[in-house]
Design a protein around this ligand. Structure first.
Ligand SMILES: *Cc1c(COP(=O)(O)O)cnc(C)c1O
Length: 234
């Protein structure tokens, strides 16, 4: 039987190995444990094994879990699709949002971010696969959105996030991640000071790390298979 503790250890080894193989420092890649669909007890076990950063995709589920885990010093990242009517709850309860893909959402998050909290750390989600069903700003529109977000007082723009179309072909995985990394470099040449590439999941974290990922978002490799689909909204 695989416990969360041993699975977490195995994921950390994969990250370290991929970093080393690409001549990158071990600390240059952070692990975000994606606990959507998993119970409080699973998060507690991961915390006891040393994990403090957790990702959630569904607002209501996340708020319930946060309340039950209030005794732990966890850092929560929102990584799912964001609807306007949920922006206040996200602005009040999360440290990071990875999935900003339009101005209206960014404006609402900034307006609702409580004064006593640090600025909300945000990434723009980029649609690299061109699939119409996928969230994310088109790469060619990212600079305009980045300029808007940068001007908002209660958001701190940190970088880019992407969820490429799944494929077993490592060359194709790397090609999609490279588009995101090159876009980040391009934005930095325009004067943005971005330090975060949120990319790579359970099945493609090595390719993402090879292309410069600084945060990998890993769910099933830590917690096991999910029993409801990741595309459902909420
Ligand atoms: C669910 C999810 C993940 C984790 O996916 P796994 O394949 O289980 O590692 C990462 N990022 C986002 C945006 C997700 O929704």
């Amino acid at each position: 039987m695989t416990t969360i503790t041993s699975a977490l250890q195995a994921v950390k080894h994969r990250i370290l190995a991929a970093a080393a193989q690409n001549g990158r420092a071990a600390q240059s890649v952070q692990l975000l444990a994606v606990c959507k669909t998993f119970p409080d007890a699973a998060v507690r076990e991961a915390f006891l094994a040393g994990q403090m950063k957790f990702g959630e995709s569904y607002v209501q589920e996340a708020l319930t879990k946060m309340a039950a885990l209030r005794d732990l010093p966890l850092e929560w990242h929102f990584i799912g699709p964001l609807q306007s009517n949920k922006t206040r709850q996200v602005a009040e309860n999360f440290a990071w949002v990875h999935s900003i893909d339009r101005t209206k959402i960014a404006e609402r998050l900034s307006a609702a971010r409580p004064a006593e909290l640090p600025p909300l750390q945000v990434c723009l989600q980029v649609n690299v696969s061109g699939e119409a069903s996928k969230g994310g700003v088109a790469p060619e529109k990212a600079a305009v959105l980045a300029a808007h977000v940068k001007a908002l007082p209660r958001l701190q723009l940190r970088g880019l996030m992407a969820i490429p179309a799944p494929t077993d072909d490592v060359t194709l995985q790397r090609r999609q991640f490279r588009i995101v990394a090159e876009l980040l470099a391009q934005l930095n040449r325009l004067g943005f000071q971005l330090d975060t590439l949120s990319m790579g999941m359970s099945d493609d974290m090595e390719a993402a790390i090879a292309e410069g990922a600084t945060i990998v978002r890993v769910g099933s490799a830590i917690f096991g298979a999910r029993s409801y689909p990741k595309e459902s909204s909420g």
